[in-house]
Ligand binder design. Structure first.
Ligand code: COA
Ligand code: MG
Length: 291
């Protein structure tokens, strides 16, 4: 998953636009983009949409962002949407890997009730929306087979810690948010799931979006969430491994193979050891999955 496009779950008009958006995943939102009065309607619209697009081969995978455990609305959300078989659930304000385990067991019950294959519903989690969540970003390994990705959020963290500004005047994130971003990347890799970068909210600023995507890709994120369809093409482009990168990775794998798989080789005047080989293999596996 390179691009994950948020769509408010109460907007039939925007939901209709999601199908041809080019996004790898649609994140249909029942949480922050839906007012309290509209929660019920959003559940109804979302369930209807899921059923409607189920047979559409062009439709991206759909994860529903439910409300957090703390909100006490999560069970109502699951009750309303699980019969419509979403591909996954995006859990906001996750504070520990145990929250994923807790969601995992609830999903098991809904799958049984709705005749969905056991374990088919995936989970992604937003892990830095509270101070405690950020401190626990390294706790997501071996919590659930369903976990496919973790990502981070700056808005709610900012509210939780009472920070006034998220970015410096040059556009870079202030330290606390860079920390949240870093622990998400490390936490995802440690848990062997996809590290996904957070949204870029200034949806008219294409240059700023591209720069943030490129920095994320350089650091090791494999995708980014979007809030507007106009962001999807750039995200897909930046997070698709280039032909040049694929060729180089193939050359590295081949060179190790030809040399009899030693610890270290020289290629084009460069020393390459096992971490280089592993990085090349990871890139090739990601490129294969995108096909
Ligand atoms: N998904 C699908 N379609 C979207 C969309 C989205 N996330 N955001 C905008 N569109 C549609 C609009 O409905 C509009 O359609 P139209 O041309 O048929 O009228 C078109 O794309 C252009 O939209 P635009 O006028 O540029 O933006 P807007 O002012 O209508 O909407 C936002 C701006 C931010 C309100 C909107 O992009 C949005 O709702 N984003 C998602 C918010 C969200 O889910 N947040 C939670 C996670 S942080
Ligand atoms: Mg939020």
């Amino acid at each position: 998953m390179r691009s994950l496009l948020f769509i408010p779950g109460d907007s039939e008009k925007k939901l209709a636009k999601g199908i041809d958006s080019g996004a790898d995943v649609l994140l249909v939102d029942l949480e922050d983009s839906v007012s309290l009065e509209n929660k019920k309607e959003a559940r109804r619209v979302t369930a209807h949409y899921l059923k409607e697009v189920a047979d559409n081969a062009n439709c991206p995978r759909i994860y529903v962002r439910v409300n957090s455990f703390d909100s006490e609305m999560l069970e109502d959300d699951l009750n309303a949407i699980m019969a419509a078989k979403p591909h996954g659930i995006l859990l906001p304000k996750s504070e520990h890997g145990k929250d994923v385990t807790r969601l995992d067991s609830r999903l098991g019950v809904y799958e049984a009730e709705n005749r969905i294959g056991d374990g088919l519903t995936r989970i992604a989690a937003i892990v830095t929306e509270t101070a405690i969540g950020t401190l626990n970003a390294g706790t997501y390994g071996n919590r659930s087979q369903r976990l496919s990705a973790i990502t981070w959020g700056a808005e709610d963290l900012s509210a939780d810690i009472g920070s006034i500004k998220k970015r410096n005047s040059d556009g870079s994130y202030r330290d606390i948010f860079r920390h949240a971003r870093t622990v998400t990347l490390l936490g995802a890799v440690a848990a062997a799931v996809a590290p996904i970068d957070t949204v870029f909210t200034d949806f008219r600023d294409q240059d700023g979006l591209r720069k943030e995507c490129e920095e994320a890709a350089i650091d090791g994120f494999t995708g980014k969430m979007a809030i507007h369809p106009a962001q999807v093409a750039t995200i897909n482009e930046v997070f698709t491994p280039s032909q040049e990168a694929i060729d180089r990775a193939n050359a590295i794998v081949d060179a190790f193979h030809v040399a009899g798989n030693p610890g270290v080789i020289g290629l084009d005047g460069e020393m390459l050891d096992r971490p280089h080989l592993r990085r090349a293999q990871v890139l090739l596996s990601r490129a294969r999955k995108l096909k």
